[in-house]
Design a protein around this ligand. Structure first.
Ligand code: ISL
Ligand code: CA
Length: 540
């Protein structure tokens, strides 16, 4: 029997920026509930909520101080129950972020752990002898600076792969793991439909004397020994009818099939980070569309016999794909959508992506919020880079681009109050109200694309074959299931491209299923218009 999440489309909600129900400028659970019919009409099947747990918000909820409490900014546990019930009523499932590589430094476990070497919670975290001048090793954190922070009280340092306010949990400690597992079961018994496992490939670390050769992240990226913990997690997950998707950087396309094998994989699917390929100098990078195509193609191929992909272009950690890979038009928004959503796997849409939302024109450092970007800004200043140039450098590729409030109307429609982050001024041109009324809008295209994806078995179970593999600007592929064949042809550039289609594609009668220009022809040699996308079915 096909698992429910295989023919499902997911929608990622960044709760702070989706919809504000009580006018404090911060999105919340009741706001999400108010927009469920919007999501139903879009055609999605499940929601992934970014963290809504109690948190000092050093990393917007990815620093959790109580796993079983809701951040009051977002509402209450009661509100979550209501949201879950209302979603289920509409046939929409809900998965939550599971952040277990680290906690907040305000988590009671860490507060205890810091108290002394003999505290029972000491071994819940990773401590090692150090002096203020000499850390246990020279490893660098993802957010910049050492992975170690010195504690003068106990003359030791604690380990963190992200900010210093996000100490890493010690997975080697069975008592710690038992507590995490209890919490996981508690949420699953609560009735949620699964988890997105945050930074899960980092839970195991190399010994502290491990020497870094080339990859600075090697000491905490899918390190041997992680299998034990993943197998324990699997045991819990497998006793519920849920879905799990792991953010697992470092698990490559050769290993991922085993991680996600339906029979005995640890989790159901993986978000790989490799396809976010950039080209150009820092401060003026663009998305590398050829790289994007190559990486995604390789993942499709390698995951063919075993395993399952999670498909996405946008999320809360990256700038808007319609700006970085596209040219901020409806054509680029819809071409990118066509290219990735018809691949083999479970597609995710990040809020606003379905409108073709774009990057934010940052003008002041006050508008920047992301911890890593602020750290990078201060780094630049310390290096003597003038503030204006520093701002340009760090905002060019900041994850804040995707975290500005959702565009519901001309004026935003997110809140009647000043939102926690500024609304993109182009909300008057790109918004739900306008796009619902426009049959050619990205929103209406997404609706058709989602419906199409779910209507044909070939998109669910069909194999993947790349065509015109060498073409630097065009991504063309075949999905094939027995006699059923679908052809996806996308011009991933803002220039016209001529293509000579494979004979197999043009020999049999074909039916155009979807196109993002008013008229699309289908013949042996074609000139594709900028960001043109066509989906065709062999009419056997
Ligand atoms: O592995 C990485 C880079 O190669 C890291 O990107 C890492 O896996 C990723 O940044 C983790 O992101 C997640 O965890 C962070 C949080 O800030 C992000 O928002 C979240 O998506 C810490 O919890
Ligand atoms: Ca609110």
């Amino acid at each position: 029997m096909t698992k429910w999440w295989k023919n499902a489309v997911g929608y990622q909600i960044y709760p702070r920026s989706f919809m504000d129900s009580n006018d404090d400028g911060i999105g919340d659970l009741k706001g999400i509930q108010a927009k469920l019919t919007y999501l139903k009409e879009l055609g999605i099947d499940f929601i992934w909520l970014n963290p809504i747990y109690k948190s000092p918000n050093v990393d917007n909820g990815y620093d959790i101080s109580d796993y079983q409490a809701i951040n009051p900014e977002f509402g209450t546990l009661e509100d979550l129950k209501d949201l879950l019930a209302a979603a289920h009523e509409l046939g929409i499932r809900l998965i939550m972020d599971l952040v277990v590589n680290h906690t907040s430094d305000q988590h009671p476990w860490f507060i205890e752990s810091k108290k002394g070497k003999d505290n029972p919670y000491r071994a819940y975290y990773l401590w090692a002898d150090a002096t203020p001048e000499k850390m246990p090793n020279n490893w660098q954190s993802f957010f910049g600076g050492s992975t170690w922070t010195y504690d003068p009280n106990t003359k030791q340092a604690y380990f963190h792969v992200f900010a210093k306010e996000q100490p890493d949990l010690n997975w080697k400690n069975p008592a710690m793991r038992e507590n995490i597992y209890r919490m996981i079961r508690w949420w699953l018994d609560f009735g949620i439909d699964g988890f997105r496992l945050d930074a899960i490939s980092h839970i195991q670390k190399e010994p502290w004397d491990f020497k870094i050769t080339s990859n600075p992240w090697a000491p905490f990226m899918n390190v041997v020994g992680i299998e034990t913990y993943m197998a324990e997690l699997r045991e819990i997950f497998r006793s519920y009818d849920i879905m799990t998707v792991g953010e697992a950087s470092g698990v490559n396309s050769k290993t991922a099939p085993f991680w996600t094998d339906e029979e005995d994989g640890y989790i159901d699917m993986i978000f790989e980070l490799e396809h976010q390929v950039r080209t150009g100098e820092p401060g003026s990078e663009t998305g590398d569309l050829l790289g994007f195509k190559k990486v995604l193609s390789r993942w499709q191929k390698d995951m063919q016999p075993l395993g399952w992909n999670a498909l996405y272009t946008d999320n809360h950690d990256n700038p808007r794909s319609n700006s970085t890979f596209g040219n901020e038009t409806r054509e680029s928004a819809t071409a990118l959508a066509t290219a990735y959503m018809l691949l083999r796997g479970t597609p995710f849409i990040y809020q606003g992506q379905e409108l073709g939302m774009t990057n934010f024109p940052f003008e002041s450092i006050e508008e920047v919020n992301a911890t890593d970007s602020l750290a990078a800004y201060h780094d630049c200043l310390n290096k003597g880079i003038p503030p204006e140039e520093a701002l340009r450098l760090i905002t060019h590729w900041t994850r804040d681009h995707s975290r500005t409030p959702m565009h519901w109307t001309d004026f935003g429609g997110f809140s009647t109050n000043l939102p926690w982050m500024k609304i993109n001024p182009n909300t008057d041109k790109i918004n739900v109200a306008l796009q619902e009324a426009d049959p050619f809008s990205p929103l209406n295209y997404y609706k058709k694309l989602i419906a199409l994806r779910k209507s044909l078995p070939v998109f669910l179970n069909g194999s993947y074959h790349i065509e015109l593999a060498k073409h630097p600007k065009v991504w063309a592929y075949t999905r094939k299931l027995d006699l059923e064949e679908a052809y996806v042809l996308t011009n991933l550039s803002d220039q016209s491209q001529s293509v000579t289609l494979p004979n197999r594609w043009v020999n049999a009668p074909a039916m155009i299923l979807l196109a993002n220009y008013q008229y699309s022809s289908w013949k042996k040699t074609m000139t594709l218009r900028p960001f043109e996308a066509v989906v065709v079915k062999k009419d056997a």
